[in-house]
Unconditional design. Structure first.
Lengths: 100, 482
């Protein structure tokens, strides 16, 4: 059996990839995907801790997180489309009428 | 398998707000065009009922849904603050939305749904309920920021708010995962109990979780260095939404922040108070000095709101009951004076012309005495001039810090208030001393706006002169947390 620490390490690596991706990538969709990666890294941590402690809480929490993430996707993509209709670009550096 | 007891009393205020939101959605089908602005009245009635229910339940101390939701004085105090913030926002919006040609029933419904999320945040006794409340509020707020789709700035603001907000959510969630790993539960009560007697591994996981939660909350309250989104979002959003975000959303974030840190993480108070002290100094100083060189009033108020988050953090650093009560009191005062300031910003705009630069304020005070008088009250109160609510609030905050040996922090806070005098005073100088400027609309034929201005100004003065009853309420609300 793979030790729980491996899963936690993987979760942290995914989280850092997501956070760094958010900070350095400039395409709005890719930034958005990076955020999803961070949320799923947290999900992996929840499932691992639940498995390790033989509890169900962590497993159930993941469903809540997935539901919330789905709602966030719906709103986020709508906002991206609303912005795209004005600007015809997905580059975050060109979204700068307001100073960043 | 045991089905936990369900007490609907505990959820009553939240349910009232949610029900009002749905009622607005239904009523929206029956009206068209400018009549939609009348939907705000349904919201105001619903908020009034919820506020009355919250006051009636004042002596409740009850948990339900397996202990995940709690109704105590702390939650009830915040419920009243939220009702006030949203109610004033609704009043503002009914006049404002017409000037930007946005007649939308969803606006009012989403505002109510955001408020329901805020209620849940204040009543959360479990980190997952807190997360759900936070997301209910945040997702609604993202939509509100971008609801003026015809305006590019509104879409941009929504985009930035959404990206940074979701980014912060990631940190918050990983923090919750760490705490779950440490204590096998996300309920605040057990976390608070086991935090004191934890093993090394638990302590390590809990500290990591706490740091991540701190980052998440710091984003939400716009504390430096996690504040970069706030000026852009506040400037770009429709002004009524900006008022709502600066007041309601911030109060809700503080409600959750305080419950988690001053109750669940009380055993680690020595650790987090140092971090918060650093955040408080950075937030106050950066906020005030950046506000000095702004030329757009909404941007200036955004930086001022960042600075105020710093003052509020000073109360949390004090870690005492007096400090916590002071934060609650200040949030109430801040709701009144800051909503009022944004109401003046709205009063200056007219159709197709926002009039948001400081130059537009030249001479306004002399031509529109009501606007000038009210803005004087709000800005002096924000700056902390005696006999106004802002002064009393700052007095409570800083004296709580001094009592706990943070005199240096109080002094930095005072110096910052002096700096803030400069830019608040600058606006007042322009309004009364400068000549020229544009002809602005003022409050003529805008009864709701006038009502908002008078209510908030009267409240600001009243709380400044008779603060003790409100402080007593805040104090007993905070005690129910411990």
């Amino acid at each position: 059996m793979v030790p729980a620490t491996y899963y936690i390490a993987l979760s942290l690596i995914l989280f850092v990839i997501g956070a760094v991706g958010f900070l350095i990538r400039r395409n709005l969709i890719v930034m958005f995907m990076s955020i999803e990666l961070m949320l799923n890294a947290a999900n992996l941590a929840f499932v691992t801790f639940a498995r390790q402690q033989l509890g169900m809480d962590g497993q159930v929490i993941v469903f809540f997180v997935m539901t919330v993430a789905a709602a966030e996707v719906a709103v986020g993509l709508a906002i991206i489309i609303a912005l795209f209709r004005h600007r015809e670009t997905l580059n975050a550096d060109e979204v700068r009428i307001l100073r960043w | 398998m045991v089905i936990p007891d369900i007490s609907w009393t505990v959820l009553l205020p939240t349910l009232l707000i949610t029900g009002t939101g749905f009622a607005i959605l239904l009523a929206d089908l029956a009206v068209a065009g400018p009549e939609k602005d009348g939907l705000g009245w349904i919201g105001i009635v619903g908020l009034t009922v919820a506020a009355i229910a919250s006051v009636a339940l004042w002596n409740t101390q009850e948990t339900s849904f397996a202990g995940t939701v709690i109704l105590d004085r702390y939650a009830l105090f915040f419920n009243v603050v939220f009702c006030l913030a949203t109610g004033l926002t609704l009043l503002l919006s009914m006049d404002y939305l017409g000037t930007i040609d946005l007649h939308s029933g969803e606006y009012y419904a989403i505002l109510l749904f955001a408020t329901a999320g805020m209620f849940l945040m204040a009543a959360a006794n479990d980190l997952i309920v807190l997360f759900l409340g936070l997301e209910t509020m945040s997702i609604a707020a993202y939509i509100l920021a971008g609801i003026w789709r015809a305006d590019l700035r509104s879409s941009e603001a929504a985009m930035k708010y959404f990206l940074l907000g979701a980014f912060a959510t990631g940190f918050l969630l990983l923090g919750i995962a760490f705490l779950y790993g440490a204590f096998q539960t996300t309920a605040l009560g057990p976390v608070a109990r086991e935090m004191g007697a934890s093993t090394d591994l638990q302590r390590a996981l809990a500290s990591g979780g706490m740091a991540l939660l701190l980052v998440g909350f710091a984003f939400k309250i716009a504390a430096v260095p996690f504040h970069a989104w706030a000026p852009d979002v506040y400037e770009g959003s429709p002004t009524s939404v900006t008022a709502f975000m600066a007041v309601g959303v911030k109060a809700a974030a503080f409600a959750a922040f305080i419950r988690v840190f001053m109750y669940a993480f009380d055993a680690l108070a020595e650790d987090w108070s140092t971090a918060l002290a650093v955040l408080a100094v950075a937030t106050m100083t950066v906020g005030n000095f950046a506000a000095l060189r702004q030329t757009n009033i909404k941007r200036m108020l955004a930086y001022s709101s960042i600075a105020h988050a710093g003052y509020l953090l000073v109360g949390m650093v004090a870690k005492s009951d007096a400090g916590g009560a002071a934060v609650l009191f200040y949030l109430l005062a801040y709701t009144l004076m800051n909503t009022g300031a944004f109401a003046v910003v709205i009063a200056l705009g007219k159709r197709g012309e926002a009039n948001e630069t400081l130059d537009d304020y030249d001479g306004v005070g002399m031509r529109h005495p009501l606007l000038g008088l009210c803005m004087t009250v709000f800005l002096l109160s924000l700056a902390g001039i005696p006999a106004l609510a802002g002064f009393t609030g700052k007095f409570y905050l800083f004296s709580a810090a001094v009592q706990q040996g943070y005199a240096w922090l109080a002094i930095i806070g005072l110096l910052n208030s002096v700096v803030s005098m400069y830019y608040y005073g600058g606006v007042l100088m322009r309004m009364f001393m400068a000549d020229g400027g544009k002809d602005v609309q003022g409050t003529a034929h805008r009864p709701y706006l006038a009502a908002t201005l008078v209510t908030t100004a009267a409240g600001t003065i009243f709380l400044g002169i008779f603060p003790s009853w409100a402080f007593e309420l805040a104090h007993s609300a905070f005690l129910s947390l411990r």
